[in-house]
Write a protein that binds this ligand. Sequence first.
Ligand code: ARG
Ligand code: ASP
Length: 718
Amino acid sequence: MKRLIISLAAVILSLPAMADEGMWLLPLLKGQKLPEMQALGLKLQDYDIYSPDSASLKDAVVIFGGGCTGEIVSPDGLLLTNHHCGYGCIQRHSTLEHDYLTDGFWAMSREEELPNPGITVTFIDKIEDVTDYVKKELEKNTDPNSMDFLSPKFLNGLAKAKAGEKFLQDNPGTEVEIKAFYGGNQYFMFTKKIYSDIRLVGAPPSSIGKFGADTDNWMWPRHTGDFSVFRVYADENGNPAPYSDKNVPLRPKRWFKISLKGVQEDDYAMMMGFPGRTNKYYTSWEVAERRDIDNTVRINIRDLRQKVMLEEMLKDPAVRIQYASKYAGSTNAYKNAIGSNWAIKKRNFEQVKKEEQDKLIAWSNKMCEPNYPDALMALEQIVSDRKDLRFRSWMLDEAIIRGIEFTNVPTKTDAVIEALKGKDKKAKDEQLRLLERAYHGFANDNYSADVDRKIAKVMLKEYRRQVAPKAQPAYFEQIDKKFKGDTDSFVDYLFEKSIFGSEDNFNKFLARPSVKALENDPMILFAKSVRAEEVSLKDSLKEFEDGYAMAHRSYVKGLLAMYGDRANFPDANFTLRLTYGQVKGYSPRDCDYYGYQTTLDGVMEKEDSTNWEFVVPARLKELYAAKDFGRYKAPNDKMPVAFSATTHSTGGNSGSPVMNANGELIGINFDRNWEGVGGDIQYLPDYQRSIIVDIRYVLFIMDKYAGAGYLLDEMEIE
Ligand code: ARG
Ligand code: ASP
């Protein structure tokens, strides 16, 4: 392929990516970055990391579940990922008697490992550049407005055709996928092997695995042992198979060696994993849009909602448990949005992107390439035209759909109504049973109608303050018509009158089911109206999407043409990437400096037995007092906990293996610092840090704290 034969010198000369910036695709690594990686300290060759024909480090890196990364650390399929990635599994196995979230869990033999239906682990067997193939297929469609170039359905159809039915049939658990890169300028096909018998082996208590919880989330210095341990099982031939007690531990192609040597400032470090989504190729207008609409709406609305939630959680321990996970989820994206706006302003991303655009325009004029400036004009216009719709859509989503839980009451009542109208008693009972199940799916153990009511009042008031009456869901008219604009009375009315307003209301309905009650139920009407508004906004916004995607593709194509298409990396799209850099601290502000490594000393400093986020378990305190750190301690006799590195990571990189210059595992990535989340738009060399739990802490907790040292026997530790 001609594209590949760009000389290295030309690539390096035209490099727009800053040192340490980048989420690199493995097949391109050799041509793009290997010399720089080696100059920085890497002792490996490209084929040690990625080789199309033989086992390489990439074979030990997997997708864990739907949005995390994991790594294989033993020839018996042992897997490490984050505690927050295994959280759902740990929670599902927890009961009041066996509260694994609180106390941790350790299988003391393989028989005790716990299956997790629904959880998968995905290996990437093969990565191929299929750009020419896809482009040829795309050319067959003569419709200039076709969106096939980004359509997963179309692309995966091509992938299947390319792989062949027979190949897929002969290889159970194997799937193929083609994904678009650079906005649809390049395509790669991934052959994946998906295992579905994944068992929980161990997890520390949340007081270690989630130490610091929401307060410390997105923060450095950090003291969290954010890891959990699983094992991949396969049938006796090593193929993916659903859970069976006959399955055996997977014999993987590769597993990571583990290094206890630890890290020093400026040491080479690299990470492989599955970064989910970035927006490196935003134009200046999209930066402003993200700041002024997306992030701003999110910050303002969640601020209001979290205040109410927290107040209720602090008042009532039962509510605290019910809403802990919702609160954590809410603040996670909220803090991210604040960090993102901080960086956009601090580093003037709008200007940075504008300069890039101006450069492209100047270059295009010189090269007589009017398409690229045209694409920029189109993008500017689209962002301006969709402004109101986007604002309404974000307001509806944050304040109403995510904000008010009863927006999710069951609304599909046609079948119930039909059964109620009919004479068939069995059908009637069956439909009512289904409705009851749907109701309890919504009003589950983690739902408090009281809290929902309080939050709804605040959300509705704010929504109506910011969104024009005509731009609201139709049913909201009732607030003015029936309640003289008094949202509180309206919300109270919903809870009093709806069959979903309380258990009591629902039971009354069950005792005397009536068609009229269902047809006129105010929460159902509310929810339906909100959904209708959501669909209508989505449809209106969809009109901009196609034009946007085409202009975006053209803009990125221009940048690739200007810089040389080997010089840059595509936005994250949850495909396997490598990022490299150095172990480093940073200065968040003038005259303030954070070091690169935290230790158990810091855990003890943060300890607060009156605050659930900072409780330290007794056993950990004992080990600390006795300085019983075994072979895991650092040369200065301290017990390392976490370290920070300049690697360019994002959401999805959670659980990613962090390696030293020899490719040995030195840590598990789990977060970024607040000042660094803007790196999703523009890498910030002096601010952005990945937050990584030190592998020595992981092994120390397994061995010394949990007494599960037998697990270390199957690892290769140096
Ligand atoms: N901020 C990390 C990541 O996005 C960790 C999230 C889990 N921890 C938490 N306290 N919510 O997504
Ligand atoms: N905590 C993130 C994750 O869950 C990682 C990040 O955003 O840096 O993937």
